[in-house]
Design a protein around this ligand. Sequence first.
Ligand SMILES: [Zn+2]
Length: 421
Amino acid sequence: MINRLKEDLIRSSAIGRVSNRSVESYGQLNSKMGVTRPEGSPANKTLRDFTVKRMQAAGLLVRIDCVGNIFGKKDGFRNHEKAVMIGSHLDSVMNGGHLDGALGVFAGIEAVRRLRDDDFQNQRPIEVAAFTGEEGSAFVVGTMLGSAVLTGKMRVDEALSTKNTAGRTLDYVLTEIGYKGGFEYCADDVDAFMELHIEQGPVLDNDDMSVGIVEHITGITWLKSIITGVGNHAGTTPMHMRQDALVAAADAVRFLYRRAQEMAISLNSSIVGTTGHLNVIPNNMNVIPGMVELGFDIRDSSLDSMQQLTDEIISFLNGLKRENGIDVQVESPDMQVPVKLSEEVIRTIEKSAVQAGVSFRKMASGAVHDARNMTSIARTGMIFVPSVNGVSHSPMEWTEWDDIEKGVSVLTGALKALSAC
Ligand SMILES: [Zn+2]
């Protein structure tokens, strides 16, 4: 049964890969040769064309909306009812893996084929979706473009006038590759949405679980700060006369790390804190750092915990001022709140996993996905499959075939349940 999907994934794994070679096993991956399929690139067009053909071969009616989202529809017995939508995205990061996004689209097509195999009559219509520009690797908009338009978070004209890194608008690029459709998908037409995706983290692989049922999609706080000391000669300035911005910054880095670790243990939570950006000025071996720009990333499925850690790091930064005779500026934090997925859809997926005899655990998603946008218009659920060694956004991204098969079985069962009523 897995063979059709396996063939789709193997064939599509060659698209946008430096070597043009397809990959069938972990051993064939090469850490230097990932896939590069930013939105509107030739590889993106090739993958879109391949996907449309596979959708049509599965008997789906393919439509392209005005921002290039691809929808493949299987009519329902009661076709006027709101649809059950399943899918993900086809674009990739630069030199990434071939499963991120594409797995969810091809698994969606496979789930529909299995419904046909089983002579299953869906009551609600089913739509398999491939969203435009999720990764933002070509069109940088800070949100997942295609699903943002579908859910009304971004206007169509705003999306179409967005320019890619080469200065071309989305309108121009979609027209050029033949994926500028004419219609606007109506958000009211979706009842439920499910996205099968690779975990992109180590939890399932570590726990030896085949499937993750996502309960929350993490919230994210981005916080920027500038610490200003006095840049001076590294040789002539005595130790007691220094105002070293980097030493103060190092304390802040350590503080966030330690507090996130402590909170994760004491609250038994998924909270994480990272100082991912550090710009040391002038960054010369023989000069005391006069200024450091820092960027902090705090994520959790609990808004309260995120808020607490954000408040703590802000007051720590402000406290550095007094201690070290330096100046600290803290920008107001940019916060995306965590979202809870639909309890009904979670229960449906869980039932399907039990029926299929698949081991699963419930978990939070530490990365954002199109599903996050979809929560505002539809009952939404996500199914994760393990990433080998927790690696993603890398040429070494891999999920074992057996786990993919289990994920698709769970998706198919849940799709039957949601489209039956
Ligand atoms: Zn993805």
